[in-house]
Design a protein around this ligand. Sequence first.
Ligand SMILES: *Cc1c(COP(=O)(O)O)cnc(C)c1O
Length: 390
Amino acid sequence: MATEFLEAQIAELKDKGLYNTIRVLESAVDAQVTIGGKHYLNFTSNNYLGLANHPRLKAAAKHAIDLYGIGPAAVRTIAGTTQLHEVLEHKLAQFKRVEATLTLQGGFLANLATIPALVGDSDVIFSDELNHASIIDGCRLSKASVVRYAHNDPADLREKIRAATYQRGLIISDGVFSMDGDIARLPELVEVAREFHLMLMVDDAHGEGVLGEGGRGIVDHFGLHGQVDVEIGTMSKAFGVVGGVVAGKQRVIDWLKQRARPLLFSSAMTIPDVAACSEAVTLLEESDELVKRLWQNADYLKEHLHDAGFDLGTTQTPIVPVIVGEAQTAQAFSRALFEDGIFVMPIFYPTVPHGKARLRIMNSAVHQQEHLDRALERIIAIGKQLNVVA
Ligand SMILES: *Cc1c(COP(=O)(O)O)cnc(C)c1O
């Protein structure tokens, strides 16, 4: 068998403690989850607002199935699209205060759809060195040359732009960097884009539903409406469902409908997903209560972990990295917490650099005070046992 070499590769990963095992959940994703018949406090999901198991989203999905069925049954450009998809895109445009949006099956695909539609082989992309894998892959597919600039460093970006020759150029950055929780310096990126007449795109997957007024995202957070060419978003995180979104000027969306390959050659989001996402937008339009609770919970956790002496890196958002150093330490930390009923994933190379392994504690609006306190107590106790803190 020609795949034998994979056994050696897998064995090597296991030896180095870099082998990842996927846990199986026997419950809905919520503040608590069931794994192997036991209950765990869940600090791993991107379910920021607790919408993944929200009664209103579930009801909307069920109702839509009765009216429209389940699947789109072909790509939109060939078989047409449901009213539901159009309504969602319209609501998202209003929510995000942009001219138009386009939904795709996920945020990953939104990047693969958008980047190659904007730039090609005589163009250049200036990409933050810590950008998400889906941006990196979207850049590769575009055939444009890619220049990486130092993380969140507009001065380095300027230098790299001055040194480059190109026809058209595109600056791309994550909005919130998912492993560190820091926020892109978007106002400065806007200035640079304007100065050099470059397109600017931000992938706000971890800012959607988290940053800005009522979760409207990073552009709203900085008050930069109309000054960022393309916003990529996901409905797979704070929105609690699955799906990707591209937001921007009408002409950008019109062009994507002609050229975006994941739109032209892959079927649309399913009916229940679209209906649930639509209800999520309605919920966020009605109230910012969940967004506020998310931030309160995150601030509480960060304050106490910081006081206990943990290295939380550069986070500015509800993503809380607890940096421990070696992959083995992060794994031992996670295992010990799991034995105590707390589910927190260790993150290590290649997701973060060697020596920067961490626990990544994901907060949500639906964690109760007692959940936070129980997690804090165990994290601090185990952190001491493992000599992560004194
Ligand atoms: C999670 C994430 C994605 C992928 O989103 P999906 O909807 O899960 O496909 C894309 N970009 C960034 C920056 C992300 O963090």
